[in-house]
Design a binder for this molecule. Structure first.
Ligand SMILES: Cc1cc2nc3c(=O)[nH]c(=O)nc-3n(C[C@H](O)[C@H](O)[C@H](O)COP(=O)(O)OP(=O)(O)OC[C@H]3O[C@@H](n4cnc5c(N)ncnc54)[C@H](O)[C@@H]3O)c2cc1C
Length: 422
């Protein structure tokens, strides 16, 4: 039997993979709800996403949707929606393709030449930060107007406090990019790489953990916070707050780093200390309604702008969710912002939206969430050595996106199958 701690998307995907292979599995979730940061609400028929806004319909995602029976519920977004950046007083198109690079006014002409000179620059230094790396390779203007807001925005982080080796190197390798990023992107464009369409479900992304939960049925135990795990013989004893202990062959930690650290602190104090000091960025989310018809995935805010908004998703043009926009505020730039009242956050989000787009918006509600920061506190995260029978499957141990979660769950389930006694 495998015990999984956490019923977020990582734990559920792993549980589902193991169940399909005929392996006995139990998932313990601390709260009364599955999905973790994947959380969708409904306000008078309008879907509000309080975490991730979209997936990409890759072949793996397609297969998963079929397995959990959600084919009829899928909503697809247009494939080539532009991503915008607010910079020098207006929204401008981010150059994600070569044709956008040629036409965008986000980068002045000298900055475009500087970007092309990246081909002549060296690869990353051992202790270089992502900010230093991008500025050295592409110049200050391209960093502040484009790469900084885009890359930092993904995690609500400051790229000057993220190390290339822990926060970027693996992503570049996976994308087949070696020394030159421009050369790598040029190669992909020539090979005509197809971009998978953005997708969600009619009721929002929360439909996915719900469907996985239905498949897993009694293998899931809600309101079961795990307190600690202890080696017992060849297996593990799992201790809960308010019920008797459970015995399993292996434990998979699928909960955030701090909680995982608390759970293993008696068995592996060094890893526990490492995990407990890894920062998460706290984000405030404000759902807004506006008559504006902005076409795009959304916009990020240039680094030089003194605004609290980190980025906004255009749910309206993405999935036809009428007049809906979702703003993300706070993060590493202002972690205290999430402590403000809902009214204060809503007022900042709507007034900044009006400043940026010129259109009025009103708030539909405010929520809060967190995301791994991948900052300097993560520099040793891959040095964690876990004892036999203890594993991790969570967004701080791989690519955080849902696609990355599927890949990690698939790989770990194969490993667990090969380790369990036949
Ligand atoms: C704001 C935001 C926007 C994002 N946008 C996108 C996007 O657009 N596209 C995309 O692909 N990805 C996106 N992501 C990333 C992706 O959503 C997350 O990385 C992923 O959902 C994390 O899943 P997880 O299961 O690893 O962790 P979590 O969702 O954190 O789940 C962990 C679970 O463990 C439980 N738990 C904690 N402690 C215990 C305990 N002691 N015992 C039992 N259970 C416990 C928690 O209650 C929780 O349910 C976004 C993330 C955030 C936060």
């Amino acid at each position: 039997m495998i015990g999984i701690v956490g019923g977020g998307i990582s734990g559920l995907l792993l549980g589902h993979e193991l169940m399909r292979s005929g392996i006995d599995v139990t998932i313990w979730e601390a709260t009364a709800r599955l999905g973790g940061v994947v959380s969708s609400g409904d306000l008078e028929g309008l879907v509000l996403e309080r975490g991730p806004q979209r997936m990409r319909l890759t072949s793996q995602v397609k297969e998963l949707i079929k397995e959990v029976g959600l084919q009829e519920k899928v909503v697809l977004g247009p494939t080539h929606l532009p991503l915008l950046v607010y910079c020098r007083g207006k929204l401008r198109e981010a150059p994600l393709t070569l044709s956008q690079f040629a036409t965008t006014d986000l980068l002045p002409f000298p900055s475009k030449l500087r970007v092309l000179a990246e081909i002549l620059t060296a690869g990353a230094g051992a202790e270089e930060t992502v900010g230093q790396f991008f500025r050295r390779k592409f110049g200050v203007v391209a960093y502040e107007n484009f790469l900084g807001p885009l890359y930092g925005g993904l995690y609500g982080s400051d790229p000057d406090r993220m190390l290339v080796r822990s926060a970027l190197a693996e992503r570049l390798t996976e994308a087949g990019i070696r020394r030159s990023i421009v050369w790598g992107i040029w190669g992909r464009t020539r090979r005509n790489s197809i971009v998978a369409a953005p997708c969600s479900f009619k009721a929002g992304l929360g439909a996915l953990p719900e469907a996985l939960g239905r498949k897993l049925g009694k293998r899931i135990q809600l309101k079961h916070p795990v307190q600690s795990v202890h080696r017992q013989g060849k297996g593990w004893r799992v201790v809960f707050e308010e019920r008797e202990d459970a015995l399993v062959d292996a434990v998979v930690l699928a909960c955030p780093a701090e909680q995982a650290g608390n759970i293993i602190k008696n068995e592996c104090p060094e890893v526990a200390n490492l995990w407990r000091q890894m920062n998460y960025n706290k984000l405030a989310i404000c759902h807004m309604k506006s008559g504006l018809e902005l076409r795009g995935l959304g916009y990020q805010v240039g680094l030089g702008e003194s605004l609290e908004t980190r980025g906004v998703t255009c749910n309206h043009s993405l999935f036809g969710r009428k007049e809906l926009y979702t703003a993300f505020l706070g993060g590493m730039k202002n972690p205290q912002l999430v402590e403000s009242s809902d009214e204060e956050i809503a007022s900042i989000a709507t007034s900044e939206f009006e400043k940026i787009t010129g259109s009025k918006a009103f708030s539909l509600g405010v929520s809060r969430t967190q995301i791994p920061a991948w900052d300097l506190s993560w520099k040793d995260h891959n040095k964690a050595q876990l004892p036999e029978g203890l594993f991790v499957c969570s967004n701080y141990a791989g690519r955080p996106g849902i696609q990355g979660r599927i890949q990690q769950a698939t790989l770990l389930s194969k490993k667990l199958r090969s380790l369990l006694p036949k």
